[in-house]
Design a protein around this ligand. Structure first.
Ligand code: C5P
Length: 226
């Protein structure tokens, strides 16, 4: 079978990352966490103290972006300028900065090639906001994963606490809703399902049920004869 891409788009905390990880393992594919690329770019801009409201300054800071990922026991470890930044990259300040810089068209263009380079045989599972619409518009399988903001805030809270970080669930829900609104309303690559995406609301589903559903969809598509 030809190598192919599975895209998983959706709002923050919908479970895209966990789904992508499990699918990549089951399929033997590599994985792209595109949110991490935006977070690393935002962290670089924060480290350089540039004015996040100024697109040209942000672009200047990320023109030469030295990032790479290393595979740890369970998690992928992000590096910026040669340093492990797993902690900084996950915090809400970086997330908020990521959603500001991600609204700039020139920043999105700058990060496009980095994301596409993740594709290699036998295939890629790519998660983000515009994987199916902009980065991999020809992907064979496209999923849009949604869940209520309340459920997503609860999941994010648990993730942060499990990572040993502090969190407040009400603040998290507010931040998630602000970030969703910014992601949905931006002019370039807004958070919308691709026209050919399968939309799954997983508010009341276990992760294993979502994985089964998507795997059976992949099997159906792979078995289709044209
Ligand atoms: O997925 P994650 O929460 O890590 O993404 C952080 C931010 O990066 C999102 O709120 C969004 O603004 C931006 N992003 C994006 N396009 C992507 C992935 C992330 O705009 N493909």
């Amino acid at each position: 079978m030809d190598p192919y891409v599975v895209t998983i788009d959706g709002p923050s905390g919908s479970g895209k990352g966990s789904l992508a990880l499990l699918l990549a393992r089951l399929l033997g594919f590599s994985i792209l966490d595109s949110g991490a690329i935006y977070r690393l770019a935002a962290l670089k801009a924060l480290n350089e103290n540039v004015d996040l409201q100024d697109e040209q300054h942000v672009l200047g800071a990320i023109r030469t972006l030295d990032i790479h990922f290393e595979t740890g026991d369970e998690l992928t470890i992000p590096f910026l300028d040669g340093k492990d930044v797993s902690q900084q990259v996950r915090d809400e300040k970086t997330a908020a900065a990521a959603s500001i810089v991600a609204a700039y068209p020139s920043v999105r263009t700058q990060l496009l090639a980095i994301q596409r380079d993740f594709f290699s045989p036998p295939g890629l599972v790519a998660d983000g906001r515009d994987m199916g619409t902009t980065v991999f518009p020809d992907a064979k399988i496209k999923i849009f994963l949604n869940a209520s903001s309340q459920i997503r805030a609860k999941r994010r809270y648990k993730q942060l606490i499990d990572m040993g970080l502090s969190a407040n669930i009400v603040d998290l829900q507010n931040e998630i809703e602000i970030r969703d609104e910014r992601d949905r309303s931006r002019a370039v690559s807004p958070l919308v399902p691709a026209s050919d995406a399968v939309i799954i609301d997983c508010s009341l589903m276990e992760l294993s049920q979502v994985v089964d559903l998507v795997m059976s969809h992949i099997t159906d598509i792979n078995n289709q004869r044209f």
